[in-house]
Design a protein around this ligand. Structure first.
Ligand code: AMP
Length: 195
């Protein structure tokens, strides 16, 4: 599959080590070089601002989707190719999903995790067939990945659903995984057999 746009969920904070921002910038350079549009939450702060700035600096295209409430708090990035202002957080996430061919979480906090889990749930339900993943910068998501494997072993996540969430250590690996992604046939509710 040819990626035309990538949705990036990531921290509105910078974190305490340079790794996440460096990885965000590396991903930003790759997106610009490959003419893949960045779709993200539209903020100028944290890892979010870092990736948007790098895509723009390298001549790429960035669409930010931000609720009015966050514009009012003056966190919106006003130098983007396009800034879409929505009435609510729910509308924002739906717009980001529509505009994107694939979804990745970089290091972040509750907001990042919530967005990742929602879009993965929608994949599990068959509401979309687009790839989802995490960029596991310096092992940031190791504890989460261990927990997800524990949830599979405990019978609460199907192996086929777990396999939908791709884990990559570098931006190049992530884009390669997305470009070769084959969506499985899924049915969350019918049938208990699973592989
Ligand atoms: P967090 O991981 O908690 O820092 O939240 C970051 C994620 O939630 C981003 O992907 C955004 O879509 C959304 N978000 C949370 N806080 C903000 C903010 N101040 N400005 C813009 N988006 C935010």
């Amino acid at each position: 599959m040819r990626l035309r746009s990538l949705c990036v969920y990531c921290g509105s904070s910078l974190g305490r080590s340079p790794g996440p921002v460096e990885a965000a910038r590396e991903l930003g350079r790759l997106l610009a070089a490959r003419n893949v549009r960045l779709v993200y939450g539209g903020a100028s702060i944290g890892v979010m601002g870092a990736i948007a700035d790098e895509v723009l600096r390298c001549g790429g295209r960035v669409t930010g989707v931000i609720p009015q409430a966050l514009v009012d708090k003056e966190v919106a990035h006003h130098g983007l190719t396009e800034l879409i202002v929505t009435a609510s957080m729910h509308e924002r996430k739906a717009r980001m999903a529509e505009l994107s061919d694939a979804f990745v979480a970089l290091p972040g906090g509750v907001g990042t995790l919530e967005e990742l889990f929602e879009i993965w749930t929608w994949a599990q339900l068959g509401l979309h067939r687009k790839p989802c993943g995490v960029l596991n910068v310096n092992g940031y998501f190791d504890g989460l990945i261990d927990f997800l494997d524990h949830a599979v072993a405990s019978g609460f996540i199907r192996p086929s659903h777990r396999a939908m969430l791709r884990v990559a250590r570098t931006p190049g690996e992530l884009l390669a995984a997305f470009e070769s992604y084959e969506p499985p046939v899924v049915n969350k509710w019918v049938g208990l057999d699973d592989t």
